[in-house]
Design a protein around this ligand. Structure first.
Ligand SMILES: [Zn+2]
Length: 295
């Protein structure tokens, strides 16, 4: 009897140890091109909206009198650069009150846990991405194959489609745009400068991540329907300026060069947006057709 209980206690201890070892799994970021994370000069996009990301990993700062909102955080090592970019513009990372992400992938979530810890800002995410945030990407239907690819982080508020995020005089609406991840999302809001106000869309474009047939992805049933929904929803958004999760997606480097004067009009480009969405629509249809043929 005595022996038996000692044994069951040690089994419990071993189990507890194993599960904590699992959750403390080491973060291993997939390799990316050097260009993605290269330093990039921050600049004012429109009104109180600024670009503070790397060469390709777009991060956005929205300033208010009640503190700032930071959208996306690049790779794990991007925290130093984001902080520097914010300071170059005359602001402080420590004034960040709200953290947002357009999708739960390592190239936008990399420095999130570290920045959340240092700023104590509130992290608000689409509820559908909360699980992947908690596992540091290892429960993602596709990138889960890389294991834990960013530091797990717990959100303070879960958002649903159409929810509003408020800080100071800013109001951002979260638009649920699933497919790329289960909780990919875009943000729609208005910023003002001395002359005008601009309706801004930060679009998370529904690019296809997986090579698996959609109907064989058991951890994401309904993925094809989600892509179809997102493509349709994205055609019906009106805005003055559009941006995206990656600089290359909205052709930042064609529209703006380091040192250029303030020029919000450079990001108007309705035609570029329409082309991007129609290209993605074709890519999606090709994928669905390919899945059908290979069945
Ligand atoms: Zn992604």
């Amino acid at each position: 009897m005595f022996n038996y209980s000692i044994r069951s206690i040690s089994i419990i201890v071993i189990l507890a140890f194993t599960s904590s070892a699992l959750t403390a799994q080491k973060v291993k970021e997939p390799k990316t091109t050097e260009e993605w994370a290269a330093p990039y000069e921050p600049f004012r996009i429109a009104g109180n909206l600024y670009y503070v990301g790397t060469y390709d990993l777009a991060c956005y700062l929205i300033t208010t009198r009640q503190g700032n909102i930071l959208i996306n955080t690049g790779l794990a090592a991007s925290d130093v650069q984001i902080k520097k970019n914010i300071e170059t513009l005359g602001f402080k990372l420590a004034d960040t009150r709200i953290l947002l992400t357009t999708q739960a992938h390592y190239d936008h979530m990399g420095a999130m846990a570290a920045i959340k810890k240092s700023t104590r800002a509130l992290l608000m995410v689409n509820e559908k991405d909360a699980d992947v945030l908690a596992t540091g990407g290892s429960s993602d239907y596709e990138l889960g194959k890389y294991g834990t690819s960013f530091k797990p982080v717990k959100p303070d508020r879960l958002l649903k489609d159409g929810d509003t995020i408020r800080l100071g005089d800013m109001q951002l609406v979260m638009l649920h745009h699933p497919g790329h991840t289960k909780g990919s999302c875009s943000f729609l809001f208005t910023v003002k400068d001395e002359l005008k106000s601009y309706r801004v869309l930060i679009a998370n474009l529904p690019t296809i991540v997986t090579e698996m047939p959609f109907n064989s992805i058991h951890s994401y049933p309904g993925i094809a329907a989600d892509y179809a929904y997102t493509l349709k929803a994205m055609k019906n958004i009106s805005f003055d300026i559009w941006l995206a999760s990656h600089a290359s997606q909205f052709k930042l480097h064609d529209k703006h060069k380091p040192g250029d004067a303030y020029n919000p009009s450079a990001f108007k480009d309705q035609a570029g947006y329409d082309t991007a969405i129609s290209d993605l629509q074709k890519e999606f249809e090709k994928k669905v057709e390919g899945d059908r043929k290979n069945r």
